[in-house]
Design a protein around this ligand. Sequence first.
Ligand code: PGA
Length: 252
Amino acid sequence: MRKNIVAGNWKMNNDLKATKKLVKQIKKSIKKAELNNTRVIVAPTYVNLATAVKRVKKSKIEVAAQNMHQASNGAFTGEISASMLKGVGVKIVILGHSERRAYFGETDALLAEKVNVALSNKLEVIFCFGEELADRKAGKEESVVESQIKNALFHLGADAFKNIVLAYEPVWAIGTGETASPEQAQDMHAFIRKTLADKYGNVVANNVSILYGGSVKPANAKEIFSKADVDGGLIGGAALKAEDFYAIVTAF
Ligand code: PGA
């Protein structure tokens, strides 16, 4: 059965000191919490991953990277490979975040390559995708999402989906304070699950966790997570405050 997941994408926030502090606070707050089958993940910046991995030991918190380069090594100044992530104890990587697509030119084809490399290095992938506002206004949100998923993932065999989490993040809802309504999220998540089922069958589709991302906060998490096909959230801004993150983690 698929798991609920709440993952905090810290983006380019929190220096070393702040990373230690936030991990400590989250660790403390979830210690006695009833987690209801919920995985708790935090994604600090590259330079703080090793520290975070050490500090989450003996807790239920898992650590993810926010990105990864597709090459295994070589002359790629400033980049980080899958084996480097694994070397510091990271087991999960976020790929395809809309900020990577928009500001760093990541395409579906590149992401297909990154997904292959991550999976072959035994990293679990949180794969992000989502339509822009203009797409939704034009009624094209489903076709955009469908092509993002197909282009980056549908070359994979069914087994690969045991190590993939999907994160639907409508670009217009990220960091804007504007959230998709619970119904909009549910409609899209059901569509995503059906798209998966059509290609890989119901068993695969029903076992993949599909997260919603885009201005999730304590005030709206409960209602969004109550929807049948929403298995948790990828949280940006609200993941930077232990109190808020805790409220979202325990919203199931
Ligand atoms: P937000 O970011 O929660 O600040 O909207 C979500 C994300 O980018 O993953």
